[in-house]
Design a protein around this ligand. Structure first.
Ligand code: 5RP
Length: 227
């Protein structure tokens, strides 16, 4: 009897499967995280001839460059054919929570410029309602305490994400709040509301930039879901 695949093996499977959603001769948006790392490695190994990548983090940029993949800044008139990224949670409509790797702001920017969002996850990320995973929110540091109170009024407990003894600093020089205890029943309205709060840079609900396709690694193989 074969043993079930580990979470890392499922991530590797979907990273590999995502390569078939990339078209030769196009620019590719690349997300951040351990699942995306498998995608980057598989894309490089495939030998597919792409124009290059637009990256959502310093970490992904370094990995792309290490494989000799051209990395470009986001430019106008440079449409991205596809954006490939992982997620911390995804619901049956393709709404996601993202930002576990603190790259949510650039992820949302790059995703917004792509024709298709292909989300790659293992099955542990599938949820009926978003909010079990603590919601990441990138914030301007001086607003952190005011925003912690605002989340409290919504029933959430927010904490500044730490790296050692100091707040984690994002690629954009800002801080992250992680918010526990939310049940996000209306992701689009929630994203709209929290995005308006002064001091919020980016909320980790991706409803406006939801997935078009989800490749989900399961013990029966990769399932393709379209939204
Ligand atoms: C980074 C993200 C990642 O996509 C998310 O945290 C999933 O990461 P992993 O693939 O390592 O499980 O949003 O900001």
């Amino acid at each position: 009897m074969s043993s079930p695949l580990t979470q890392d093996q499922l991530k590797a499977l979907v990273g590999q499967a995502a390569v078939s959603h990339v078209r030769a001769g196009t620019w590719v948006g690349v997300g951040t995280g351990s699942t995306v790392n498998y995608f980057i490695d598989a894309l490089a190994a495939s030998g597919l001839s792409i124009l290059g990548a637009v990256s959502s983090s310093e970490a992904s940029t370094q990995r792309l460059l290490s494989h000799g993949i051209v990395v470009s800044d986001l430019k106008s008139g440079q449409p991205l054919d596809v954006y490939v990224d992982g997620a911390d949670e995804i619901d049956p409509k393709g709404n996601m929570i993202k930002g576990g790797g603190a790259a949510l702001t650039r992820e949302k920017i790059v995703a917004s410029q792509a024709k298709r969002f292909v989300c790659i996850v293992d099955e542990s990320k599938w949820v009926k309602v978003l909010g079990n995973f603590p919601l990441p929110v990138e914030v301007i540091p001086m607003a952190a305490h005011v925003l912690i109170e605002r989340f409290q009024q919504k029933g959430g407990q927010a904490r500044v994400r730490m790296k050692g003894d100091a707040p984690l600093v994002t690629d954009n020089g800002q801080h992250i709040l992680d918010v526990w205890g939310l049940e996000i029943l209306e992701p689009l309205a929630f994203e709209d509301e929290v995005s308006q709060w002064p001091g919020v840079v980016t909320v980790g609900v991706f409803a406006h930039q939801k997935a078009n396709i989800c490749l989900m690694g399961t013990s029966e193989g990769v399932k393709t879901l379209e939204f």
